[in-house]
Design a protein around this ligand. Structure first.
Ligand SMILES: [Zn+2]
Ligand SMILES: [Zn+2]
Ligand SMILES: [Zn+2]
Length: 108
């Protein structure tokens, strides 16, 4: 239960100025690695992921948001906070392509 469901990928678009939010259940959790250890850097999501009522949604599970999201210390150290919007999106049918793209990018 520590890993994200394989069907879920992160948005990774360029972050905007909006702060990512988490629900009660995910409060304190790092959106990148699921760690609860030392929340360090405030999460910024892209404009698309903070649009309208998405602003009140947990970026991990889409639940009702109650708290700001933070990257853990480790992800901050690895500069994951600069990778872009960490909102989790369920890409469903097109996931193979996206997954492949992400993998390729990771190899750079
Ligand atoms: Zn992390
Ligand atoms: Zn996004
Ligand atoms: Zn949540």
């Amino acid at each position: 239960m520590s890993r994200h469901h394989p069907d879920l990928v992160l948005c990774m678009k360029q972050s905007g100025t909006r702060v990512g939010r988490l629900c009660e259940k995910c409060d304190g959790k790092c959106p990148v690695c699921d760690s609860f250890v030392r929340p360090t850097t405030l999460v910024k999501v892209c404009d698309e992921c903070s649009f309208g009522k998405l602003e009140d949604r947990c970026i991990i599970c889409d639940g009702y948001a109650v708290a700001d999201a933070y990257y853990c210390f480790e992800c901050t150290r690895l500069e994951k906070d600069r990778d872009g919007c960490p909102k989790i999106i369920n890409v469903g049918g097109s996931r193979t392509d996206l997954h492949f793209q992400r993998k390729k990018e990771g190899q750079r």
